[in-house]
Unconditional design. Structure first.
Length: 237
């Protein structure tokens, strides 16, 4: 029987990469930051909280066999890839890139004056070597209606962008002050507070940048703080 756990990770405990054009905090081992005890939670392998300075960004680079979901919190992010996809991401627009057999892409901040902040998250595909793909979807209306919105999922019947991983889904809540939602019940859930603050049953207060890693924890309640909150929740095997 799996033991129920709630493991809180504070914002300042994350790995930190800071160079002239990038300020990035990593929830899991990434790049030259490596801890064998912190490589994933369930199927979630990467959750990077990136701030990219104006008129800069990630130049063209490659990926294979990974489902990559990007969620912008402020500013805009321009995507271009070797399969001919081109999009500009903004808050409330979910984006998925399936690397599959191999794809090269760039992610640049097109603004000459403003930073862009975004969360980029990776899960492994359940099928190797798929044809590379791209999808984006504006869910602002659903977010404004309240509650949690499924924005990326391995199911094809929930209105979310599709990822090639049947056992993973990303839910986002843009919560008003005092609003209460429940964590989706899953073997593993990763609750990340992107903006604001919340109270999570069994864990207490979580501030911006904090995360809770839940294992077999059921569906604890999340209550948004006085200024509201934006939360990103991965539910995976």
């Amino acid at each position: 029987m799996t033991t129920t756990t709630i493991d809180v990770r504070r914002s300042d405990e994350r790995f930190h990469t800071r160079i002239d054009w990038l300020d990035s905090r990593h929830s899991f081992s990434f790049g030259h930051h490596y801890d064998p005890d912190n490589t994933h939670h369930g199927l979630l392998l990467v959750s990077n909280d990136d701030i990219v300075r104006a008129a800069s960004g990630f130049s063209t680079h490659g990926h294979r066999d990974m489902e990559i979901v990007t969620w912008v919190l402020s500013g805009r992010l321009e995507h271009k890839d070797s399969a001919g996809h081109h999009g500009e991401l903004y808050p409330g627009l979910a984006q998925r890139m399936s690397a599959g057999t191999g794809i090269r892409h760039s992610e640049m901040n097109p603004s000459p004056t403003e930073d862009v902040r975004f969360i980029q998250m990776w899960v492994p595909p359940d099928t190797a070597s798929v044809v590379p793909g791209y999808e984006q979807l504006d869910v602002n209306d659903q977010l404004d209606a309240g509650g949690l919105v499924t924005v990326a999922s391995g199911r094809k019947d929930d209105g979310a962008i599709f990822i090639h991983q049947r056992d993973a889904a990303l839910h986002v809540g843009r919560l008003q002050a005092g609003e209460v939602v429940s964590v989706p019940d899953a073997p593993h859930a990763h609750v990340f507070v992107a903006i604001g603050a919340v109270e999570l049953d069994g864990a207490g207060s979580l501030a911006a940048g904090d995360a809770a890693r839940l294992t077999a924890a059921g569906s604890p309640a999340i209550t948004a703080g006085d200024d509201g909150a934006e939360v990103l929740i991965w539910a995976t095997a």
